[in-house]
Ligand binder design. Structure first.
Ligand code: FEO
Ligand code: CA
Ligand code: CA
Ligand code: CA
Length: 626
C-alpha cells in the first residue's frame, strides 16, 4: 500500500485535467516520504453480486442467511410485542412490553463473548418510523404511540446461540438480556457534568438524565464496554426558541434545534423536557457518546462529555503504542467535522476497573485536511485533574467558559479552521493496514470542493484513508488519500463515476454509493455497509454490503438488502465464520403501510415490515471471507 500514495500522485499529475476534479495530491511529495503500512493482499473468496431492487436478501453463491432477532421479539420470556395489533391501536400495556422487547431500527451490532463463553450482541435502536409502525398517526402521535416509540429507542443487549445449520437465534429470557431505552436513567460524567447548561427542572444537579436517543453506530472498547453514539438527537426537541436566552438559542441553532422532525415522534407533546419552551436545557444532555457495560445491567449508561457533543455517528477505539486509548469519531452532518480523543491515562490489560473511567480525561482534537495530502489534529481542549484547558487560540467565550469546548464542540471546531466534510460517518482503525478509514456518505449541497471533499454536489459519497505519522494513532500529523470515490461505473458524468484508487473502473465492478459503516476481516479487507443507494439521485437500488480489498484494489458487493432499508452494524463473530448486520427501516419511503414495497422479514401474518438483525454464513462452514 505504500506505493498507493505515490500512485495517486503520479496519476494526479497526468489525469487531473481529464477528471476535472482536484482529487489528488500535490507536487513535492515523493515516494520516499510516504508512510509504510501493512498490505492486505488476500483475494476475496466470493463472486460479486450487483445492486438490485428485489424484495429479498441477495448473497453470493455459497452463502446463507437467517434472521437472529426482530423488532418486538421478547427478551424476557414474556409475550412478544403485538406488532400487528399495535398497527391499529397502542395501549399503555404495549409501552410496558416494548421495554422488554427488541427495539426498532437496529443500527450498530457489536458481537462479544462473555467470560463463560456465551455469545452476546449489543444492538443500537436508532429511531422509529411511526408511518410504518402505525396505520394512523394523524397530526400527532397519540400519547401511547409516542411513548412506545420512545421505549423502542436505545439499545438491546441479547444473548445469541448457534444452530446446527450455521445460523443464529437469540436466546429469549437469557439472564444476559436487557434493554436501555429513551427513559432509562443515565449518568453524565466528564468536563460538562453539573454545568449550569446541563441542569434542568427535573435534575438540578446536571448529572443524571433519562434516556439515550438516536443511537446510531458505536464502537467496542478494549475493556469490554460499548460506546453508543447519540446522533440526530435534535430530532426529538420541539417548541419555539423565541424566549430562550441568546446563548442558548445560538447553541441550539448550531445543532439544529428546534427540529421540524419533533412532530413525527411527538415526545414533546407529552413530556415537557422535550419542549424547548418549557425546558431549554434538556437538549444539552443529548448528543454525547454513551458508555454501556453489556455485562453489568446495574451500571447506568454513562454519557462521556469529554468526547464532545455533536451528532455522533460512531466512536471506535484503538490502543496507541504508549498505552493511551484513541477514539475516532465523526459528526454526521453536511459540512461537519472528524474528531479524535486521546485518553490521558493508559489502558491496563489486567485491570478492567482501572479502565472504566479512562474516557473522562484526555485531549479532544478535530481534523484539518490539507490540500497537499497532509493533515493535522488541532487541539480543542485538554481535560486533566478536573481542569479544562482550552486551546489558547479559541475565542474568549471558550476561555471564560471552558466547558463550552464540550457542550458546543462544533463552535470550537469552527473557530479552529477544521475541514468541513461531506457527512462523516464511521471512522475506524484498520488493524491490518494500520490506517484509519473514514466514510463520507454524501453531500449534495457542497458547492466548493477541496481535495478531501473533491466533488461539488457530492451525490455518491467517498472514503478517505488516513495514515497517522509513524502509524501511531496518537500522532498529531497524518497523510491521507482517497481509495474510493463512490459511484456507478456506467454513469455518464465523471462526478458520479466509481473511482477506485484513482482510476475509473470497468463495468464489472458493482456500483456503490452512500458508504456508512465499516468492519474489517482478518485480512484487513474493508467491509462497507451503505445507507442511501435507494435514492434516485444515487443508484435507485437497494442498500447493501460491499468489500474493498486494499491489497488487491478490488471492490465487490457481498449483500443486497430489501427495499427502503439501510444496512448497518457490519460485524464478524470472533471466529469470522458469521457476518452479522442490521436491516434497518425496511420499507422506509412508503407513505403508509398501504403502499409498502416490502414486508420483510415476513411471516406471522404481518402487516408491517420489522427491522431485524441477520446472520450470514458460508454453506461450507469456512470463514466468511475465506
Ligand atoms: Fe445514523 Fe450517520 O447514520
Ligand atoms: Ca450510520
Ligand atoms: Ca464498525
Ligand atoms: Ca447514514
Amino acid at each position: 500500500m505504500g506505493e498507493y500514495f505515490g500512485d495517486l500522485l503520479s496519476r494526479a499529475l497526468s489525469r487531473r485535467a481529464v477528471l476535472k476534479t482536484a482529487l489528488f495530491g500535490a507536487a513535492g511529495l515523493t515516494l520516499a516520504s510516504l508512510p509504510k503500512v501493512g498490505v492486505a493482499a488476500t483475494s476475496l473468496g466470493f463472486s460479486t453480486i450487483y445492486p438490485n431492487a428485489d424484495d429479498k436478501i441477495t448473497l453470493p453463491a455459497g452463502f446463507e442467511h437467517g434472521v437472529v432477532i426482530r423488532w418486538g421479539d421478547a427478551l424476557d420470556g414474556g409475550e412478544n410485542l403485538d406488532w400487528n395489533r399495535i398497527h391499529q391501536t397502542v395501549r399503555a400495556a404495549d409501552v410496558q412490553r416494548q421495554r422488554y422487547c427488541f427495539g426498532y431500527n437496529c443500527d450498530f451490532v457489536g458481537y462479544q463473548r462473555t467470560p463463560n463463553g456465551k455469545h452476546l450482541l449489543v444492538v443500537n435502536h436508532e429511531y422509529t418510523n411511526p408511518e410504518l409502525m402505525f396505520e394512523r398517526v394523524g397530526d400527532r402521535p397519540s400519547q401511547w404511540q409516542a411513548a412506545l416509540q420512545r421505549e423502542a429507542h436505545g439499545l438491546s443487549i441479547v444473548e445469541i446461540s448457534k444452530n446446527a445449520n450455521g445460523g443464529w437465534r437469540y436466546v429469549n429470557a437469557s439472564p444476559y438480556n436487557y434493554r436501555i431505552t429513551g427513559s432509562t436513567p443515565c449518568e453524565i460524567s466528564g468536563p460538562a457534568k453539573g454545568h449550569p447548561l446541563l441542569k434542568t427542572a427535573a435534575d438540578p444537579t446536571g448529572r443524571r438524565v433519562n434516556g439515550t436517543l438516536n443511537n446510531c453506530a458505536a464502537g467496542k472498547t478494549p475493556w469490554g464496554t460499548v460506546l453508543t453514539c447519540e446522533e440526530n438527537f435534535h430530532s426529538y426537541f420541539g417548541g419555539s426558541d423565541r424566549n430562550l436566552t441568546e446563548l442558548v438559542k445560538t447553541l441550539h441553532r448550531r445543532y439544529g434545534l428546534p427540529s421540524p422532525r419533533a412532530d413525527r415522534y411527538g415526545f414533546y407533546f407529552y413530556e415537557d423536557r422535550f419542549n424547548l419552551e418549557k425546558e431549554p436545557n434538556e437538549a444539552f444532555r443529548f448528543g454525547w457518546v454513551v458508555e454501556v457495560d453489556p455485562l453489568n445491567p446495574t451500571r447506568l449508561p454513562i454519557k462521556r462529555t469529554a468526547l464532545g457533543r455533536f451528532r455522533h455517528e460512531a466512536a471506535t477505539t484503538v490502543i496507541a503504542p504508549d498505552g493511551r486509548v484513541v477514539v475516532y469519531m465523526g459528526d454526521d452532518e453536511r459540512f461537519e467535522y472528524a474528531y479524535k480523543f486521546i485518553t490521558k491515562g493508559k489502558y491496563r490489560a489486567n485491570n478492567r476497573a482501572a479502565n472504566l473511567n479512562l474516557l473522562d480525561q484526555g485531549d479532544l482534537y478535530v481534523a484539518r485536511f490539507n490540500d497537499d495530502l497532509t493533515g493535522e489534529w488541532r487541539l480543542i481542549a485538554r481535560v486533566s485533574d478536573n481542569k479544562i484547558m482550552p486551546n489558547p487560540s479559541l475565542p474568549d467565550i471558550f476561555q471564560k467558559e471552558p466547558a463550552l469546548c464540550f457542550i458546543n464542540t462544533r463552535g470550537a471546531a469552527d473557530a479552529l479552521g477544521a475541514t468541513k466534510m461531506d457527512r462523516p460517518e464511521d471512522f475506524e482503525w484498520n488493524p491490518v493496514t494500520k490506517s484509519v478509514w473514514l466514510a463520507l456518505t454524501y453531500n449534495e449541497k457542497r458547492k466548493d470542493s477541496d481535495r478531501a471533499n473533491p466533488r461539488p454536489e457530492n451525490a455518491m459519497g467517498h472514503v478517505i484513508e488516513i495514515v497517522e505519522q509513524g502509524n501511531n494513532p496518537a500522532a498529531l500529523q497524518f497523510r491521507w488519500a482517497l481509495p474510493l470515490l463512490c459511484g456507478d461505473p456506467t454513469a455518464p458524468e465523471t462526478s458520479r463515476q466509481l473511482v477506485l484508487y484513482g482510476r475509473p473502473t470497468n463495468t464489472k465492478v458493482p456500483a456503490i454509493s452512500a458508504p456508512d459503516n465499516f468492519t474489517f476481516d482478518r485480512a484487513g479487507n474493508v467491509w462497507i455497509a451503505t445507507d442511501g443507494n435507494g435514492a434516485s439521485s444515487r443508484l435507485g437500488k437497494n442498500d447493501g454490503v460491499y468489500v474493498l480489498s486494499p491489497g488487491r484494489r478490488e471492490l465487490k458487493m457481498f449483500l443486497s438488502a430489501v427495499p427502503g432499508c439501510e444496512v448497518c452494524g457490519p460485524e464478524f463473530s470472533s471466529d469470522y465464520k458469521t457476518f452479522f448486520c442490521a436491516i434497518q427501516h425496511p420499507g422506509e419511503g412508503a407513505k403508509s403501510t398501504a403502499d409498502l414495497p416490502t414486508r420483510w422479514p415476513y411471516g406471522d401474518q404481518v402487516v408491517v415490515p420489522r427491522p431485524s438483525v441477520i446472520a450470514v454464513w458460508r454453506q461450507d462452514g469456512r470463514e466468511v471471507s475465506a
